[in-house]
Design a protein around this ligand. Structure first.
Ligand code: ATP
Ligand code: MG
Length: 236
């Protein structure tokens, strides 16, 4: 198991946003957390990446407890996050955003070169726009840059928070295709999505969060046929 979350409780002051959830991700899997607005999805991802501290529970990465580890150390362990709302540096160029992502890997020159080639083969548009400031990219291109940056960080597991948010349908398809490709190349994926239909298409397994609790979980193929899921999340 690459990631194991047990009885995780996370609060903002008096507001308890995550109320004792448990889930796990196996190496090589795509696992998705789906759920309505405010269900606790972002809170869960931020807690895994060390940006929030849990009240209780445990978060194990490859068997090691990480809930007290600082965010920069968590990235170094191999967990990289593509935050909600992209979180790129709009004043910096595309290339500068990518360079920042590799600061911990500055000595790995040859591997970095290969990784740039790989990232630019996935996102040729970013290569064309290397010197453009990130703030002037389109919304979809900014999302691609956020994913590209996480790829350059070279995590073993990538946490993606609503990568399809605000994108036109054709770009949504493209982003999901890229996520699948990244997974095929060996990166484990934990994907948070409101687009349950798309998420279930590429995920092996899913956990459905409702007001801070896991309401349902299972293999994507089974969940797609669940009446409850169809009604609440698939518009059926
Ligand atoms: N900084 C904060 N202070 C207080 N409450 C917060 C804060 N951030 C989130 N919450 C609350 O915690 C709950 C879970 O929020 P969270 O952002 O994790 O939901 P989400 O599942 O990611 O929703 P969405 O799909 O809208 O992104 C919500 O009720 C939200 O109002
Ligand atoms: Mg969210």
């Amino acid at each position: 198991m690459i990631l194991e979350v047990n009885d995780l409780v996370v609060s903002y002051g008096a507001i308890c946003a995550v109320k004792g959830i448990s889930f796990n991700v196996e190496e090589g899997e795509v696992v998705t957390l789906i759920g309505a607005n405010g269900a606790g999805k972002t809170t869960t991802l931020k807690t895994i990446s060390g940006l929030l501290r849990p009240d209780s529970g445990s978060i194990k990465f490859k068997g090691e407890e990480i809930k007290h580890i600082l965010p920069n150390k968590i990235v170094e362990l191999g967990i990289c996050q593509v935050p909600e709302g992209r979180g790129i540096f709009t004043n910096l160029t595309v290339q500068e955003n990518l360079t920042l992502a590799t600061y911990t890997r500055a000595k790995e020159k040859d591997q970095l070169k290969k990784d740039y080639e790989r990232v630019f083969s996935i996102f040729p548009r970013l290569e064309e726009r290397r010197t453009q400031s990130a703030g002037t990219l389109s919304g979809g291109e900014q999302q691609m840059l956020a994913v590209a940056r996480a790829l350059m960080t070279k995590g073993q597991i990538m946490l993606l928070d609503e990568p399809s948010m605000g994108l036109a349908p054709v770009l949504v398809d493209e982003i999901f295709k890229v996520i699948k490709e990244i997974n095929d190349m060996g990166t484990t994926i934990l994907l948070v999505e409101q687009n349950a239909y798309k998420a279930l298409e590429i995920a092996n397994r899913a956990y459905v969060l409702e007001t801070g609790e896991v309401a349902l979980s299972g293999y994507s193929d089974d969940l797609k046929n669940e009446e409850r899921i169809k009604k609440a999340y698939l518009g059926g």
